[in-house]
Design a protein around this ligand. Structure first.
Ligand code: ACO
Length: 386
């Protein structure tokens, strides 16, 4: 038995193909590097949900459908306000808000998928603003998806360069084979449950630090280094202590993670658009030093830059704090989760693997029957909030 299902094929999909040996990512038939930096998020969403790119009229109709679903139910706003009042982590707030999107609506897989994709930017944006003592900004229907997300966070209309950089990021990370959160979504929907339940489970899976949690620490390392001349000393010391360099290495990619290249180009473009590029230059020199030292330490194992290093660089450049890195990832990945749910409903079978039992056998229960009595209770029911 393979621990963690490594190497086990558990689904057939037309959505994305990860070729770890060649370092290639294919998104619904298109090379990620061709699609992600040029397509609009709405086009990619249509491609994933309908299996082909939209014609111009279809694209317009679909974009309208998405913008028409941006407004959150009042109950979701209230939950986000309450979550902010107790300083809940943003991923917890997102996980609390998603199920409420089903309130008052009849279950419909495609409709539920579109509702979730459309609502995620407003959920994260509204929560973030509550957390900072501000009110959510009114929904704007005249902005494309990526720009709308940045607007929901800051209340300011982003420049075309900022929107493009984020759009490239969302497209790049919208799907990646059978990663843990996508698998979680497929398991839930395989019972013929509903799409919003599956997406809620996927948000819970994504929250764990082993799944997409590296960009924060990667950013932290660059901040800690602070200036290019310190890179060698700090990185050497980390490696001497046996620490792993965050943002380097990958379980599946045996060569460079192709998403790192896409985001590196997006970052280069963004930081060349007149914004302060000192941090970008620092990060590039940290990367070069890290790669040189990793190659010297592990000559027989290629440890290259992964997607998280450039995620950190790009999202930091866009002004997003590390706390928003994983929720922003969810704003893009909800598309993959949704499309996998629709695919699983269409073509899949109940996912029900087996386990190897390693516990004791043939124990015998020979105690006298026990009844619940007052001594089992505190005798007081406590309400946590008045
Ligand atoms: N820095 C330093 N050394 C490393 C790194 C790293 N980033 N990655 C692997 N190594 C070393 C290991 O210490 C190990 O050395 P050893 O053989 O002397 O014990 C060797 O390379 C092989 O390591 P494995 O654990 O077998 O590598 P694996 O492929 O299982 O791990 C992983 C992949 C978890 C991503 C690893 O490279 C890592 O921890 N990287 C840093 C965290 C990170 O960036 N995570 C994000 C990955 S991208 C994503 O999840 C979307």
């Amino acid at each position: 038995m393979m621990q963690g299902l490594e190497g086990v094929v558990a689904a057939r999909t037309r959505l994305s193909h990860v070729d770890g040996e060649a370092g290639r990512l294919t998104l619904a038939g298109y090379a990620a590097e061709e699609l992600a930096p040029h397509a609009g998020f709405e086009e990619v969403a249509y491609l994933f949900l309908h299996g082909r790119l939209p014609e111009p009229a279809e694209r317009t109709a679909f974009a309208r459908e998405l913008t028409g679903r941006r407004t959150l139910p009042r109950a979701a706003i209230e939950v986000l306000r309450e979550a902010a009042a107790v300083n809940a982590p943003p991923m917890d707030a997102l996980r609390m808000a998603v199920p409420i999107l089903s309130l008052g609506r009849a279950e419909n897989p495609l409709d539920d998928a579109i509702a979730a994709i459309a609502a995620f930017p407003a959920v994260v944006g509204a929560y973030w603003r509550f957390r900072h003592g501000e009110s959510p900004v009114p929904i704007r229907c005249d902005l494309p998806h990526a720009a709308h997300y940045l607007h929901q966070l800051s209340g300011a209309e982003p420049s075309p360069e900022r929107s493009r950089a984020l759009e490239t990021y969302l497209n790049t990370i919208c799907d990646h084979g059978l990663n843990a959160s996508t698998f979680a979504a497929r398991v839930i929907i395989s019972t013929q449950s509903d799409v919003l339940s599956a997406i809620t489970g996927a948000v819970g899976a994504l929250k764990g630090p082993l799944h997409g949690g590296a960009p924060g620490p990667a950013l932290q390392m660059v901040v800690e280094i602070g200036s290019p001349e310190r890179a060698e000393t700090v990185i050497r010391a980390k490696l001497d202590r046996g620490e792993r360099l965050m943002g380097f290495g990958h379980r599946i990619y045996k060569v460079r993670d192709p998403r790192a290249d896409i985001l590196a180009q997006a970052a280069e473009q963004f930081f060349s658009s007149g914004v302060d590029r000192r941090f970008y230059d620092l990060a590039r020199s940290v990367e070069a030093t890290a790669l040189r030292l990793l190659r010297a330490r592990k000559p027989d194992r290629r440890l290259d830059t992964n997607v998280e290093f450039y995620t950190a660089l790009l999202l930091h450049g866009l002004g997003l704090p590390p706390e928003l890195f994983t929720p922003t990832f969810a704003v893009g990945r909800v598309l993959g989760w949704s499309a996998h749910c629709l695919e699983q409903l269409r073509e899949g079978r109940l996912i029900r693997p087996q386990s190897t039992y390693i516990g004791p056998m043939e124990l015998h229960y020979d105690r006298a029957p026990v009844r619940f009595d007052r001594s089992d209770s505190t005798g007081v029911c406590v309400s946590r909030r008045s």
